[in-house]
Design a protein around this ligand. Structure first.
Ligand SMILES: Cc1cc2nc3c(=O)[nH]c(=O)nc-3n(C[C@H](O)[C@H](O)[C@H](O)COP(=O)(O)OP(=O)(O)OC[C@H]3O[C@@H](n4cnc5c(N)ncnc54)[C@H](O)[C@@H]3O)c2cc1C
Length: 455
């Protein structure tokens, strides 16, 4: 940090209601640490915004000082050791209002999905959250948002009614289809480089329950289960969202004994229709191989974390994802070859999500979400800890590499550790140019990172 900045931090603190912390301050480490413990953000200054006014003041100040600006709610999306600049922590922005008649939720930038799910459920409504309710609602939605009801309702970004955000000039704007339509199009899917969202208004859907959960098989049966899943999945109706994951689970006593310390295949299933029909539809997958653990049942929507059983507590992670245009038998063979039982890989999770259904449909209000045309999303995650820590990045990348012949872009929320070219290649050159133009219009100096679309 330059001495000029050091001297003016006190000025910044005078115009901000929340904490303004530098690396030597108590509370700094807690403020910057996120869910992914593999990365430690080290901004010059972190502002714990207490309200939208704090966000606006911090952005205007950083822009005037020429400092890069980053934003963090939960740190679920950390993929680099951000150093320098100013970080805006939104975790105190906890506003949450449900309008049951309009079927909307208005959500502060620090709100996690769990709070929205619990507030919406008494009204017979649900948000389009993803596999883990501890993820931040805003970051998830700006990156598309591929959730448990995705094939029935599409991307979460398709259901944003309005956003209140602070652009690089420090101006607070409420944008929607009519107000700043270009910016509204770009940030829903473009995610990075357009503004710091302080509040988001989204549609809720009339969902109170589902039939689903997980079927676990031994990892030794990965090949027959994945081959059967790819054929079975191709015939499913929109009311089913499903994925299948190869999981190397830790010897965690919190896990059920058949799973703790085991390499397993986990079929995830969410069916919005009648329970008997949903059970019947799943039946062919039950007989592919012995089921070692079964959580499939009729569930109230707030129990949705039971489908994926994502880790609830922070951990170090190295991840990468791609989207596929198809999943032929050869692709399954390639995946099992590099991540299966015989591969020698220590990768923790290799997941294939079925896309299609409403995900492939043009939304009522167009947006910049990438991956809409893809048929499957693949996400690979390793935990860089213990003796194999150094091998994890290469093993994660090896899975994506093995699936290159079937690659069809990527999904922003699952891109993880990607090169600049992989980031840009999510969009066609025309869409990327439009994103770059809008980012440059609202942030000519690129303090919010919008130059990532050019190159
Ligand atoms: C366990 C786990 C499960 C997941 N499951 C799913 C899933 O099922 N479906 C899915 O689509 N994704 C999923 N993700 C990915 C997740 O949606 C993204 O990592 C998302 O960006 C996390 O947002 P966050 O605010 O929680 O994280 P953060 O790390 O705090 O933020 C990540 C990024 O979001 C953007 N962002 C956050 N807040 C704002 C804001 N106020 N204004 C502007 N930009 C902002 C910024 O670019 C920021 O760098 C999962 C991730 C994890 C770790």
């Amino acid at each position: 940090m330059t001495s000029t900045i050091t001297e003016t931090v006190a000025d910044l603190a005078r115009i901000i209601t929340g904490p303004v912390l530098t690396p030597d301050d108590p509370g700094y480490a807690d403020e910057v640490t996120g869910f992914n413990l593999a990365h430690s953000p080290r901004p010059d200054i972190v502002v714990g915004a207490a309200d939208a006014g704090d966000v606006a003041a911090a952005v205007a100040w950083a822009t005037a000082a020429g400092l890069p600006i980053a934003v963090q709610a939960t740190g679920h999306g950390l993929v680099a050791d951000v150093s320098g600049g100013l970080l805006i922590s939104t975790r105190r922005l906890q506003a949450l209002r449900i309008d049951p008649d309009a079927r909307t939720a208005t959500i502060g930038a620090g709100v996690r999905w769990r709070a929205v799910i619990d507030a919406a459920a008494p009204h017979g409504l649900a948000p389009l959250n993803g596999s883990s309710s501890s993820v931040g609602a805003v970051g998830y939605t700006l990156g598309g948002g591929l959730g448990l009801l995705a094939r029935r309702y599409g991307f979460a970004a398709d259901h944003v009614r309005a956003l209140t955000l602070v652009t690089a000039d420090g101006i607070v704007r409420t944008i929607d289809e009519q107000r700043e339509p270009d910016l509204f199009w770009a940030i829903r899917g473009g995610k990075v480089g357009f503004g710091i969202v302080t509040e988001m208004q989204i549609d809720l859907v009339p969902v109170t329950r589902f039939f689903g959960g997980g079927l676990f098989f031994s990892g030794a049966d990965a090949a027959p289960v994945l081959h059967a899943w790819r054929t079975w999945a191709s015939r499913l109706p929109e009311e089913v969202t499903t994925s299948v994951a190869l999981l190397r689970l830790p010897p965690d006593p919190q896990l059920p004994p058949p799973l703790a310390g085991q390499f397993v295949v986990h079929l995830r299933y969410t069916h919005l229709g009648d329970a008997a029909a949903a059970a019947e539809l799943l039946e062919p997958m039950r007989v592919v191989a012995p089921v070692v653990f079964d959580t499939v049942a009729e569930m109230p929507y707030p129990a949705c974390d039971a489908v994926h059983m994502d880790p609830p507590t922070p951990l170090p992670a190295f991840d990468h994802g791609i989207a596929l245009g198809a999943l032929p038998a050869a692709a399954v063979d390639a995946l099992v070859g590099c991540a299966g039982a015989e591969s020698g890989s220590a990768v923790t999770l290799t997941e294939v999500r079925l896309l299609g259904g409403r995900l492939a449909a043009a939304p009522a209000c167009p947006n910049a979400v990438a991956g809409r045309d893809a048929a499957f999303g693949v996400y690979v995650l390793g935990v860089p800890a213990g003796p194999a820590a150094g091998l994890i990045p290469a093993q994660v990348q090896a899975v994506a590499q093995a699936l290159q012949p079937w690659r069809s872009g990527a999904l922003p929320n699952f891109l993880g550790h990607a090169s600049a070219a992989e980031f840009r290649d999510q969009w066609t050159p025309a869409i990327r140019a439009r994103l770059a133009g809008i980012a440059a219009r609202f942030d000519p100096e690129g303090v919010l990172g919008g130059r990532v679309f050019t190159g």
